[in-house]
Design a protein. Structure first.
Length: 163
């Protein structure tokens, strides 16, 4: 279960908005993450809390395939990204580093900034805590849940190969 405060963004939030390219000469993820979302929301990096949830419209994570985009969100403690739709490369990069991503059409119209929501990846449900509204989505397949549970593809593969 993932429970956190909602940060709401619109359509076409690209990887350059998630982590501006001008900072990519810094390879330290901790310092790089201090610039997460700053070109779309200057308050995000200093106010996001562990477990908070990004909710977005269509095509979240579009643009370049930079792996730093999901990595800085995870570094900042983002518990999950929920979006109407997601760029496929962002989705795969996020899963690979252990950041849960949920594709749920119209989720951006059902949650508001500041709401507290609980996400159950296995059941495929999002609950808005203020009134109990339940939003359903198709849960990821078991193997993706296992990858997320292990913290990403590398830890998942290490475990599988050590058996």
């Amino acid at each position: 279960m993932i429970k956190g405060r909602v940060w709401l963004y619109g359509d076409h939030v690209n990887t350059d908005l998630i982590i501006p390219g001008r900072y990519l000469d810094d390879y330290d993820l901790r310092s790089l993450s201090e610039h997460a979302m700053e070109d779309i929301d200057i308050s995000f990096s200093r106010n996001v809390k562990s477990g908070d949830i990004i909710v977005a419209g269509r095509n979240f994570g579009c643009g370049s395939s930079r792996e730093q985009a999901p990595a800085v969100l995870r570094q900042k403690g983002v518990g999950a990204v929920l979006a109407d739709s997601v760029a496929r490369i962002f989705y795969r990069n996020a899963i690979n580093i252990g950041l849960p991503v949920v594709i749920c059409p119209r989720v951006s119209t059902q949650l508001r900034a500041g709401d507290v929501a609980t996400v159950d990846m296995q059941l495929g449900s999002i609950t808005r805590e203020s009134d109990g509204l339940e939003i359903r989505f198709a849960p990821p397949p078991d193997f993706l849940l296992e990858i997320l549970d292990r913290g990403g593809l590398v830890p998942y593969m290490r475990e599988r190969l050590s058996r």
